[in-house]
Design a binder for this molecule. Sequence first.
Ligand SMILES: C[S@@+](CC[C@H](N)C(=O)[O-])C[C@H]1O[C@@H](n2cnc3c(N)ncnc32)[C@H](O)[C@@H]1O
Length: 674
Amino acid sequence: MPSMLRLFLEQEGIEGARSLRLVMCGAEKLAAGLLAEFQHKLDADLLHMYGPTETTIAITGWLSSEAEDASHTVPLGRPSDNTQLYVLDADDRLVPPGVAGELCVSGIALARGYLNRPEETERVFVPNPFLPGERMYRTGDLVRYRRDGVLEFLGRRDHQVKVRGFRIELGEIEATLAAHPSVQQTLVTAHQYGDSGTRLAAYVRPTARSEEVPVESRAARAEQVDYWRGVFEKVDETAVPTDVHFDITGWDSSYTWEPISADDMAEWVDTTVGRILEYRPRRVLEIGCGSGLLIWRVAPECDSYVALDFSQATLDQLGQALSEAGLDHVELFRREATQLDGIGEGFDVIVLNSVLQYFPDLEYLDRVLTSACGLLRDGGVFFAGDVRHLGLLDEFRSSVELYRAPVTATVGAFRERVARGVAREEELLVAPRYFTGAVGRIPRVTGVEVMPRRGRKWNEMTAFRYDAALHVGVPGGAQPAVRVDTWLNGAEPGAASARWLTNVLVAAGGEPFGVLDWPYDRLTELQQALNDLERADDEALVGEVVDRGTAVTLGQPAASGTGIDEMERAAAQAGYRLLIDWSRTPDALDLAFLPQCEATDTGLEGTASGQDGADSYPRLVRWPDAPADSPTGPAANDPVAVRSREQRWLVLAGELREFAAGRLPGYMVPSSFV
Ligand SMILES: C[S@@+](CC[C@H](N)C(=O)[O-])C[C@H]1O[C@@H](n2cnc3c(N)ncnc32)[C@H](O)[C@@H]1O
């Protein structure tokens, strides 16, 4: 049988089996590719046999040496001796060669019937209309005679449907599509679309070769940038903002496809602006300024604000609103993020907020960081905000699919949707270690902060994204970093609660201390739900296994009191300032509580990062090293490959449509290719 033949052909040295003359193979569908491999490796003949259990193992046979054309299907061949084969239509009439029909068998090979199943026996063992007194077995297999007189298998007959009044054999369409060189496997189904009738959908698994992504990445990368430019131009050309100071057009939820609520967006803007202003910037450059959500709030605190974006439509709207508001110290440039020459220098802070997910890859991001860090003053900060966390891509997709899953969804279907969503992610997600690794890789960067987003509301930004700040060094001096000697364990039983934190803040008596492995609690419920789903069978229903309402609490504040904002508040009340690092693992945070007093009292090495009125409080902490078993794979996904593959699939779908149209009547051409 073919599965054993495959193993046989995989044996090392099989090419040396020179004395082999004939291999007999049957009982399963024999793929044309396997036959080709057989012929490539061996100098023997292959006898392909076909025979349903109700007859005998070989009522037809076909020798590979007769092959004229076995490029897409291996024929069943010709009838064995003492066997009559008929290819019949629905009215039991013989069909001409080339036309599909059911294969019926008569002759001495027939079984007497099914044991103890008289009705079933009567249904398929029927009188032979061509040989009175003989019986005939209806195989249910759909076949056709080729012009050279051999039979070809097309599929099962129960795959017959009616489309626009025509009776169609789905197997015939499948066999036609299977002849395309880029198709490895195909399945055609009919779907009922309300009043518009039945439509055919072809599901195609392309051959491995056609799935390969072209490696010419420079052009693909440029195309990716163009693609996103087009998306943003289009959104901003058509949008008419109701409030130019708070234009959240295009900020749609991945869960609902609806706009994210104004409350959630307002919190998102406030928390971002809060973080940027902590660096007390006077001169700001923003890369990818969009509708100006940050400009309206940060620029009034600055002496100059330079903003660039690659979308002209975006800048046109914003420019007009800014001049009407008299914000003359804001300068706008139409630029791509990599084009920073001549834009000014000596910036205190450069902002790249919620933009890098549209970059093609880390090489592009490296280029932007390298040029931008060259434009910062000594001690300045590059703020990459709202970065999508690569380590949480699975959780994010699971969370979205959990929210969207209908009550009747099975766990198996849910798993598939998550896997597909992850594989088809079109935006760039970056692991925090990309940023922590910037020290030494990006010139001038001497210290890095990786922080979870602030915000009390639960949404895709607060739960799955982070902010990273790269500090560029003071000339000749080491970057100041606070040394913390006492580290508590946030993962031990009883820790990581609001009460525990209050107690340790009091007990610390104003001395600096840290807490390692404080659980990242925005995902606790989701992760519990995902653990339950992981243990469930494919056939179980998602709604029976988990309570989706608890796992995905869109827009709701975290109730635990251990959220980032609450901890910062508790720290401030106890006279501490909290610095958080989220770079070691996505599941936990490391916290440093530093007394709210002069930098020199805190074990600081070197001087504080402040200069000219900038924040004089140290922000960089000597965090413990990442564990030895930390992930080492790519620090980002590959959205360019995803888009190239999607494009190749679109091209293939077009080709297949044409291919089918050239070989089948119009009503048999599938309306969608998946
Ligand atoms: C989601 S918006 C963020 C806007 C703003 N930074 C904020 O936080 O509100 C992303 C903006 O980045 C711009 N953008 C994306 N990729 C870019 C690139 N490669 N070069 C320049 N601008 C880009 C888009 O045109 C869009 O206006």
